[in-house]
Design a protein around this ligand. Structure first.
Ligand code: ADP
Ligand code: MG
Length: 348
């Protein structure tokens, strides 16, 4: 049998291959593989009526966290539990939906203690309480070496489920919060762990600014309220959450909407903490390609004023173009060339 390398096709090539080989026509799948969450109906769905009397679709999303790929065993277990659920909640928020239930599957190696798992579950339950989700099942197995966590979240969409595919030339591009904090937080965390400054408990002895950035990495805040507000506005043409980096994820919107985009470097929202500390760690590259921001990235019709319908703060960072390419422009109008575009498993 021919042996090809996953490095050649990458994470997204593999997903496409699986989708192609396993595909089946099914009228109950409104949106399948390719967006932040799947949108499905079932014969029972008509029993659930939405505000406008229509059918409320079910949203489903799954994410895995793997030890030594997504986290280190010595990072705080309660934060790990929070994050494992928060990243999937973020995918439901990215559809403009409300998360409601979740399933937790874990494969646990011998070296993990009961107390570690108690803290992990505490962090997850904290996120579930904050966003009002109930645990309804899952699976538990042993593992030969690493800790594997997989979370599935079910949610409900409003009648306007926001997809990655609706952006049109002329639309403005927005984000829901500052970018690059999480990637910088990870760099600081790795450096401090090396220097033994971070305790296993995750109580950092250092400055509030460092703590803010590390928290943005360890305890992301999914934008559920904002997602619902944006879905209700009726002005959003496409939306997703930023998990793999601004440029990589904007690439998914562009690909699925068959458009291109221009990003204005000087309009990207940065936190004060980021501006103060990013210098030695790669600066603007972390903002464009760092990932794990879990902010919403969305597009709005050219003539629409999103602030007339929404109370949250959003920042306009660019515009959608007809030409199928993404360009980044600095404050003098000169093109900025980046080293890479987003995070992709098997290619790092
Ligand atoms: P996100 O970052 O929003 O979680 P991903 O990039 O992980 O999205 O996945 C992109 C799309 O591919 C999603 O619709 C996801 O459900 C789907 N997908 C990923 N892995 C698989 C798989 N092994 N089988 C089927 N679909 C998959
Ligand atoms: Mg997503």
């Amino acid at each position: 049998m021919k042996r090809s390398s996953l490095r050649d096709i990458g994470e997204f090539g593999l997903i496409q291959r699986i989708a192609h080989k396993a595909k089946r026509r099914d009228a109950s799948v409104l949106v399948g593989i390719g967006d932040d969450a799947a949108v499905i109906t079932s014969p029972l769905s008509p029993l659930i009526k939405g505000e406008m009397g229509g059918v409320v679709p079910l949203l489903v999303t799954a994410d895995s966290l793997v030890e030594d790929v997504h986290f280190r065993r010595n990072s705080p277990p309660d934060a790990l539990g929070w994050k494992a659920l928060a990243v999937s909640i973020s995918d439901i928020a990215a559809m403009g939906g409300v998360p409601e239930h979740y399933l937790l599957s874990i494969s646990v190696p011998e070296g993990i203690s009961v107390e570690y798992l108690d803290l992990f579950v505490k962090g997850m339950a904290d996120a579930a309480k904050k966003y009002k989700l109930s645990l309804i099942g899952g699976d538990t197995t042993s593992s030969p070496d690493k800790l594997y966590i997989s979370v599935t979240v079910l949610g409900r969409g409003s009648e306007r489920v926001l997809l990655r595919s609706g952006a049109r030339p002329g639309d403005k591009i927005f984000v829901s919060g500052t970018l690059g904090d999480s990637a910088l937080g990870l760099k600081i965390l790795e450096k401090e762990t090396e220097n033994k400054k971070v305790e296993r408990t995750g109580r950092f002895t250092d400055s509030p600014i460092r703590r803010f950035l590390i928290d943005r990495h360890l305890r992301p805040v999914p934008r559920v309220k904002e997602g619902v507000e944006l879905a209700k506005s009726g002005m959003v043409t496409s939306m997703m959450d930023i998990s793999d980096g601004l440029l990589g994820d904007l690439g998914h919107i562009c690909e699925q909407s068959r458009v291109g985009a221009r990003i204005w470097l000087d309009r990207l929202p940065l936190s004060r903490g980021f501006m103060g500390l990013s210098g030695g760690y790669g600066g603007i590259e972390l903002v464009l390609n760092g990932g794990e921001d879990y902010e919403l990235l969305f597009t709005v019709g050219e003539k629409d004023d999103i602030f007339s319908k929404c109370r949250s703060t959003y920042r306009c960072i660019g515009e959608i173009l007809r030409e199928k390419d993404i360009e980044v422009i600095d404050k003098d109008g000169c093109p900025y060339t980046t080293k890479k575009r987003g995070y992709e498993h098997f290619r790092e």
